[in-house]
Write a protein that binds this ligand. Sequence first.
Ligand code: ZN
Length: 464
Amino acid sequence: MHGGPETSAHERTDQTSPHERTDLVRATETDVDREASERPASYPERAPQVGRLPRGRPPGRRRVRNGPIRAPTVLDVGGEPSVAGTPISPRGDLFAMTIRETVMRTPLVDGHAHPVEPLSGGTVREGFAQYFTEGELATRDARNTLNYRAALGVLAERFDAGPDDERTLLERRASVDLPSYTRECIAETGTERILADDGFPDLSPAEFREYTDAEVHPLLRLEPLIEELLDEHRAFDEFEAAFENRIEEALDGEHVALKTIAAYRRGLDVGAPDRADARAAFEAVRADWNGRIEHPTLLDYLLHRALGIAGERGAPVQFHTGFGDPDAHPRYVDPTLLVECIEAHPETPIVLLHAGYPSVGEAGYLTATYPNVHLDASLAIPFAAHGAERVLSTALELAPTTKLCYGSDAFSTPELYVLAARRFREALAAVLERLVGSGIVTGSYAEAAAENVLRENAIRLYDL
Ligand SMILES: [Zn+2]
């Protein structure tokens, strides 16, 4: 879990054991539309150029399955086609510097993050390392993850002590003015917009605006909403109507997407229960309500309702996939478990958060296969430390550059914003330079791809 005694885990809302999964009800039938495997119509011949996209929702946004899909925004700069039809870079080496410059200067749209939170001096001095691991590690081990060692490097730049002088750095960090410190940290990252999960930590996205000059767009996390409504409603019909109303209000208001932590609560093997099953599940949950929703039948039913409402509006739904704190069962976070769900909602853009790490190749595969699937590499970068380059390289083996988005998943401490941005930019520059060097893409294409991954894809996906 993240942090000391005064903080809850990143995605967690109470302390129920994550491994009590014996009561899981596995849905046996799904209402999957197998036609989703049909190939979409081909893309337009010429793609519009970066920076020249019309504002607003492009026509055809909802026609995800049969296309034409939204046009990719990459530059089509030509380049000499090779014999095999693969564009080669006529001046690969000369482009290396400009690729790096483009990667470093393109403003970031952070597609998934969280507000920061004030920490007591004691928490910073004693428990700061816990914010840089998803595990619930002994302090000694938490202090020895590479992500934390890199965080000490960020502190060293700001607090005039060496990166190994942990005690001094934490002492100085403990007394910062958090709003101005956060503002400086995020400004350094070149982040122009942040999509902030409203479910963790306690600071709301609205309050978070006091801590950053970046534009903050809230994401609606479904599970806390479900829990709030379970507190309030005793009748299923009322409960269901309130759930749908709240989602509609949020998406018609300033929320730009939904977010679900189903991975933490029942796993990603989401079934498709009918309404009668959901009603029975609601009664069972209400009869023994403990404040935490984990019942797979009720969660699955509500998730499908939410996916449907989001799809009507073309609004994305973000799924936690891959590693997380111990609340997530490692066997049930593989993004391929979502296939039936993805196929059942072809109109709904689905974002696989955290690159499905460590199942990055699988996440790239889904992104390459389903028109409505998009990939976000937050959390994996920066937490995978030097693995950042491998994460992006693996994701891009299959995933189009028009479907991979930057994200930090920074939470609680502003240093995570810095680590994510730096490591992502470094890794992206290295991967793109290598691709140009090996003749797979041209330098111009690599620059356009960088702008897409860092900014343009998210602008388009979230209709910002
Ligand atoms: Zn998150």
